[in-house]
Design a protein around this ligand. Structure first.
Ligand SMILES: Nc1ncnc2c1ncn2[C@@H]1O[C@H](COP(=O)(O)OP(=O)(O)OP(=O)(O)O)[C@@H](O)[C@H]1O
Ligand SMILES: [Mg+2]
Length: 346
């Protein structure tokens, strides 16, 4: 009470530290931050790096910086690839969430991929502590996703979650709040973007950047060709590879599904393998309940239908798939007393 009057608030927070996006959830306030996982730095004379921008501001600098400025994506394939940049990013986001209030340092809960090694988990733990947290709890992403999707995680029933993020697709089977099986496929949102870049380059001789490819995917992407075969003009700012100047092209309706075929098939391969690997009782539960899709990749138009076609199992897109994991992490933090069994043991 006194601490409240004085303005001391313990702002505990849940963080989904993703390859593409970082989200922060504060109990009682909900999601308070959702920004790209990008840090822009300049090299100092003494060899140190100075952070000049984080999040959206840094993302707009990607591919556009003079040589003195470097943009870094501290996470790769869901795990920390650049420790000091990750630490700076977390520190910056924590500060932004806390603003100028007076604080006791927060307890934070961060999710880690189920397939992360002990060393990779420890790196996340350390990064949280050195970014100023008083305590760091870790939760496995599929467990957080299941909580966020509202699945009855304590029941003795198998459920499968497929999280299609930026760098990786993580496939996991849970029962009674534990991850019984997980595998990670290196094909997800970024692979979709690259596939579009390559397809447009080889079919139309047009060079586009990954950011334009991502925009096309979000606006007009589709996992199954539409039956009516309509043409849709997509104006892409790119360079004609023959003539060397800017050009526009018109894509046909099935260009994008064709472009995305290989990365989609790679994910399908992973799902089929997972269904084949788990014990038959669990497979039966999964087929009955359907497979849950989370992560930004789940928003690709008709991806659920394509997966159903390819596997014969029904798929359900979790509500608000981009934020499902952070919501689940936040709920786990709100119910820390009852959730301790589901957290990663230190
Ligand atoms: N409407 C959309 N259609 C298709 N893809 C989308 C859409 N919206 C976002 N995405 C893609 O989702 C991906 C990011 O998803 P998400 O934020 O779940 O990843 P992440 O959690 O940061 O990554 P990871 O889980 O691999 O660490 C990006 O590749 C983005 O292009
Ligand atoms: Mg993610």
């Amino acid at each position: 009470m006194l601490s409240r009057v004085l303005g001391f608030v313990s702002a505990d927070m849940a963080i989904d530290l993703g390859t593409a996006n970082t989200l922060v959830y504060v109990p009682g306030r909900g999601i308070v931050l959702d920004e790209p996982s990008v840090v822009a730095v300049t090299q100092q004379r003494d060899g140190d790096r100075k952070v000049i921008a984080v999040g959206y501001e840094a993302k707009t600098m990607l591919g556009r910086t003079p040589s003195k400025i470097e943009t870094i994506q501290p996470l790769r394939d869901g795990v920390i690839a650049d420790f000091s940049a990750a630490e700076e990013m977390i520190k910056h986001f924590i500060r932004r969430v806390l603003k100028r209030r007076l604080f006791t340092s927060p307890r934070i809960m961060i999710c880690v991929p189920a397939s992360a090694t002990p060393v990779e988990r420890r790196a996340v733990h350390e990064a949280g502590l050195s970014a100023g947290a008083r305590r760091v709890y870790l939760i496995e992403e599929p467990v957080a996703a299941a909580i966020g999707a509202g699945l009855p995680i304590t029941e003795a029933r198998g459920s499968m979650i497929v999280d299609i993020g930026g760098g990786t697709t993580d496939i996991a089977v849970l029962s009674m709040g534990s991850v019984l099986y997980s595998r990670s496929v290196r094909s997800a949102g970024n692979a979709f973007d690259e596939a579009i870049v390559n397809y447009v380059r080889f079919k139309y001789n047009l060079l586009i950047g990954a950011t334009s490819a991502e925009a096309i995917k979000k606006e007009s992407g589709c996992a199954i060709a539409k039956a009516n075969g309509e043409r849709m003009p997509i104006h892409i700012k790119g360079r004609d590879l023959h003539r060397g100047f800017p050009a526009d092209i018109t894509l046909t309706a099935d260009d994008i599904p064709q472009a995305l075929n290989l990365p989609i098939q790679q994910i399908v391969g992973g799902i089929r393998q997972a269904l084949a690997d788990v014990p038959p009782e669990l497979t039966a539960d999964i087929c009955e309940a359907g497979i849950y899709l989370t992560g930004g990749g789940a928003l690709l138009d008709r991806l659920d239908a394509r997966f159903s076609q390819e596997t014969g199992v029904k798929f359900k897109i979790a509500e608000d798939p981009l934020r499902c994991v952070v919501r689940g992490t936040g709920k786990a933090l709100e119910q820390l007393d009852t959730m301790s069994d589901f957290l990663v043991k230190p």
